[in-house]
Design a protein around this ligand. Structure first.
Ligand SMILES: Nc1ncnc2c1ncn2[C@@H]1O[C@H](COP(=O)(O)OP(=O)(O)OP(=O)(O)O)[C@@H](O)[C@H]1O
Length: 277
């Protein structure tokens, strides 16, 4: 199965530049970053640490503004929190004094809207959390908490799901389970997903395209199409094609870091911070 085809991108990031004003001066985190994500696509963003992946994702979410450039969702500028956009972070961020049901209800309480209980129950069932609604976060494992965060993010049926290294804190086995779960949910809902990950394997397993960012200030350095049909079997993931793709992407990231640190770890002269364009 492939992503739905459509002519207008679901998400368009156009010339996105973000300059942070820090105590030591202006710091350009991303610089004229442009990317289209089509409806129903899963796109992963990888790149060296500090290249601006989170900055780019937060810009997509509307949670922080750009210095220049724009983000469009279905052609409409994203200028603040948007109910069409769901978010999952590395930490589940469940409120410890609320049980699971109350955590999932929380965004609805804030907005004063009624949750679709049937949909939430279906999601809880799908992620294997049936019967856990009365449990508190401390009674749930890390993987269960992250599954709950996924349910919370999907509970209001966003058309775009943004995930920032969502499974980075989980053990390898649980992480693989979560990847399968995201694949399964995507096959049911075809929700457009943008995912930041440090795992190239995870990026290849989940994505239609993998975007590699350059070192800071981050820009789109390359984009790799991942042509394998879903569900993606272990055989596919163990194939020489995937192995070669993983190495190519890894070398691009390592290569970009080496050109930044050419003397075996000695940093190259820092680029002067640029003002927003
Ligand atoms: N609120 C902020 N204020 C000032 N500088 C910031 C802020 N947020 C991020 N930065 C800086 O912007 C740059 C990009 O950070 P960002 O977190 O977006 O990168 P990243 O690629 O997600 O990093 P990592 O892979 O290590 O999580 C870094 O140099 C970081 O120190």
């Amino acid at each position: 199965m492939t992503a739905k085809q459509s002519t207008q991108p679901k998400l368009r990031v156009s010339g996105a530049t973000k300059v942070y004003n820090t105590r030591s001066g202006d710091l350009t985190a991303i610089d004229r970053c442009s990317l289209d994500v089509m409806d129903g696509e899963i796109v992963s963003i990888v790149g060296p640490s500090g290249c601006g992946k989170t900055t780019l994702l937060w810009s997509m979410s509307g949670l922080h503004g750009l210095s220049s450039g724009e983000v469009l969702l279905d052609g409409v500028p994203v200028t603040g929190p948007n109910p069409e956009i769901g978010l999952v972070f590395q930490e589940a961020n469940l409120l410890p004094w609320r049980d699971l049901d109350a955590n999932i209800n929380f965004p609805f309480e804030i907005k004063g809207t009624k949750p679709d209980r049937a949909w939430i129950n279906e999601l809880l069932h799908r992620v294997g959390l049936d019967g856990f609604g009365g449990r508190y976060p401390r009674e749930l494992s890390g993987g269960m908490q992250q599954r709950a965060a996924l349910v919370r993010a999907l509970s209001y049926k966003p058309s775009l799901l943004l995930m920032d290294e969502p499974f980075g804190a989980l053990d390898a086995f649980t992480r693989e389970e979560m990847n399968r779960l995201v694949e399964e949910i995507w096959m049911d809902t075809h929700t457009t997903i943008v995912l930041i990950t440090h795992s190239i394997e995870e990026a290849i397993f989940l994505s239609d395209r993998v975007v590699v960012m350059s070192p800071r200030p981050g820009r789109v350095a390359s984009i790799h199409e991942i042509p394998f049909p879903r569900p993606r079997s272990l055989d596919i993931m163990a194939s020489s094609e995937v192995f070669n793709l993983m190495n190519t992407i890894k070398m691009e990231i390592v290569g970009s870091r080496q050109s930044r640190y050419p003397q075996g770890g000695t940093a190259a002269a820092p680029q002067p911070a640029r003002a927003a364009e």
